[in-house]
Design a binder for this molecule. Structure first.
Ligand code: ADP
Ligand code: MG
Length: 293
């Protein structure tokens, strides 16, 4: 097959690994930077150019879209879709999963356990926070943050209000969540590919409360409970993701979904689990492509 990875940087670990495993399995692998694509709608016939070259030979795409370019990424994926190219990540699925509020709404609608969460759209909304979430501390999040950026711990109502006011002034909506203190600055990252759990690791923050590897957290292999396995698979399925990094936090109420990532990094999970995750992503792409055609 001709498989394109949508990625802005061909040197990053996950992109390199997927490309390498694709080649191992006999595919022609291409890296297309979605921010350098030209979308053309000509007489209703969709065409796509990458660096002035017409792209008309791709069978399947594996999008790896960063949070700061979700819109352009989604447009390029949608264009591939209209050209009849199979994508492991449909554009609508990317948009839903990328927005933390939207995805939590979809998950809670299907009775998936999540932390109690409030969406703040205007300063007056803060009046109900104590009623809904109990006393601070609370976690504040911007809807499209990633790698721990835009996740803030507010110890008091006054601190929360001033941060919320600042974010609203910057035209950013705010998600306010109960702080799961008992997780002790850890969470679990589960990698799900085509309905199968490939591995899981516990992430422990090196300082503060954010256990993102990008924030210096360390990963260690972890055994999931049956309930956690079900939770990760259910969340992935509901959001329609074929490749997902599911973040689970262990609370006094049981395990809860924090978020589901549509372009999970592979480095930490390949270091902490025996599975060749990149190879499994290629196999899943082959299987899903066959089912699509
Ligand atoms: N409600 C919460 N209670 C305790 N810790 C949290 C909570 N929400 C997030 N965290 C911590 O912050 C990290 C980043 O939050 P997350 O929602 O996953 O955003 P990001 O998309 O930036 O990774 C999590 O991995 C977790 O360690
Ligand atoms: Mg996260």
């Amino acid at each position: 097959m001709n498989i394109a990875i949508l990625s802005r940087d061909e040197n990053i670990y996950s992109t390199c690994r997927i490309k390498q495993e694709g080649r191992e399995r006999g595919h022609r692998m291409y890296i297309i930077d979605h921010t350098q694509c030209n979308i053309v709608i000509e007489n209703k016939r969709p065409k796509l150019y990458f660096k002035n070259q017409l792209i008309d030979h791709i069978d399947a795409i594996i999008p790896r879209i960063g949070a700061n370019v979700t819109d352009i990424g989604a447009s390029v994926i949608q264009h591939f879709e209209s050209m009849g190219v199979f994508t492991t990540l449909p554009s609508s699925v990317l948009i839903n999963s990328r927005n933390k509020m939207k995805s939590l709404q979809i998950l809670s609608q299907e009775k998936v356990s999540i932390p109690n969460t409030c969406y703040v759209n205007q300063l007056e909304d803060t009046k109900i926070l104590e009623k809904v979430l109990g006393n601070p501390p609370w976690i504040l999040k911007i809807p499209e943050g990633t790698q721990g950026i835009g996740v803030i711990l507010s110890e008091t109502l006054a601190a929360a209000e001033s941060t919320i006011e600042t974010l609203l002034k910057l035209n950013t909506k705010v998600i306010v969540q109960e702080f799961i203190k008992e997780s002790k600055a850890t969470d679990i990252r589960v990698l799900v590919v085509n309905g199968k759990i490939l591995g899981a690791m516990k992430r422990t923050a090196s300082s503060g409360f954010r256990s993102n590897l990008h924030r210096g957290a360390t990963g260690t292999p972890v055994e999931l409970t049956k309930k956690e396995e079900k939770l990760a698979l259910k969340a992935t399925k509901i959001l329609g993701l074929n490749i997902a990094g599911v973040d689970i936090i262990q609370s006094n109420k049981g395990s809860l979904i924090l978020e589901v990532n549509s372009s999970p990094g592979l480095e930490g999970i390949e270091d902490n689990t025996p599975k060749n995750v990149a190879k499994e992503i290629i196999i899943a792409t082959e299987d899903l492509f066959s089912a699509y055609n």
